[in-house]
Ligand binder design. Structure first.
Ligand code: NDP
Length: 291
């Protein structure tokens, strides 16, 4: 059984990023990422801080816009428009979830698709479906695909079952796996909360992508011998033995599932580090594509 180290593959992606940043620097160009945070949700703050730090570590231009929870839709749109028009910024993301009074879909649509490094703008969703490689693919599924490729998992002709159909993970993951080419060409089944006999379906999978948001949901009974399991889930569960009083666990019951697997990602240290690495890669791609 192979444990697929997201940390190791993410480091490889970041090494590629460093090389590309140096090439761009030689041309006098520097990729820039702006991350917009509204409100003071601690988890969102932590994500934004880590994105900002990763940018700075790599030598990217990083703008961190921390706006008060009282920011109106119009004020936020004005910030997005300013970033759209800022030539030093190639990637823009608005940290999710925003406060309830913000219409998130309208904000996503206001971001210039050429700077939408999260890949959530309808233009980029369409480009993914059209297999147009100039588009931006959401970072988490892109990272999952890269993990499969780097771990030498053959997706062509494999039956991949995606558990979850969100716009952030499940749907783009399914599109990537069914696309033609490397890391694709799979036969894809997408499942969700209305799926009947889920375990019977996942047991036919050569590859399972678990993106559910429920701790330890995928059990040994869901997995056939020799399957590959990618665990996207990040769930906080109480753990009084830790300093923080909680720990992070995946959507997969790792201890009982891992022994059946050919390969599996751990949580933490699996998909998580890939997401931020792919964000950096998308920002560099946006800079390269900017005229
Ligand atoms: P969502 O809540 O948006 O989607 C969850 C999906 O799981 C839905 O499609 C839902 O079905 C499905 N689901 C829920 N319950 C069941 C069930 N009992 N059986 C089958 N399917 C079910 O979550 P996200 O896609 O945003 O995130 C999924 C997980 O991935 C979370 O743990 C999240 O924290 C993590 N995540 C991790 C990232 C990383 O960087 N590693 C990045 C993004 C997310 P339905 O549509 O019918 O409601």
């Amino acid at each position: 059984m192979q444990i697929i180290s997201g940390a190791a593959v993410a480091e490889k992606v970041l090494e590629e990023c460093r090389r590309e940043i140096a090439e761009l620097a030689a041309l006098g160009r520097k990729p820039g990422l702006a991350v917009v945070l509204i409100g003071d949700d601690p988890a969102s703050r932590a994500y934004v801080r880590s994105k900002d730090k990763k940018c700075r570590d790599l030598g990217l231009h990083s703008v961190k816009l921390e706006l008060p929870v009282t920011t109106t839709q119009d004020e936020l749109l004005a910030h997005v428009h300013a970033l759209n028009n800022d030539p030093a910024i190639h990637g823009i993301l608005v940290q999710s979830p925003p406060p309830k009074h913000i219409d998130e879909a309208a904000i996503v649509r206001a971001i210039d698709p050429a700077k939408d490094v999260d890949g959530f703008h309808p233009v980029n969703v369409a480009k993914l479906a059209l297999e147009d490689s100039t588009g931006f693919v959401p970072c988490t599924p892109l990272g999952c695909q890269r993990l499969l490729i780097d771990a030498g998992i053959e997706t062509s002709g494999a039956h991949a079952v995606v558990v979850g159909r969100s716009m952030i993970v499940g749907k783009p993951m399914a599109l990537l796996l069914m696309a033609k080419g490397k890391g694709g060409d799979a036969t894809v089944t997408v499942t969700h909360s209305r799926t009947k006999n889920l375990a019977a379906i996942t047991r036919t999978a050569d590859i399972i992508i678990a993106a559910i948001g429920r701790p330890h949901f995928i059990k040994a009974e869901h997995v056939k011998e020799g399957a590959v399991v990618i665990d996207v889930g990040i769930n906080r569960v109480d753990d009084p033995t830790t300093e923080k009083g909680y720990k992070l666990v995946g959507d997969v019951a790792f201890d009982e599932v891992a022994p059946k697997c050919r390969a599996i990602t751990p949580v933490p240290g699996g998909v998580g580090p890939m997401t931020i690495a792919m964000l950096m890669a998308n920002t560099i791609k946006a800079c390269k594509q900017a005229s």
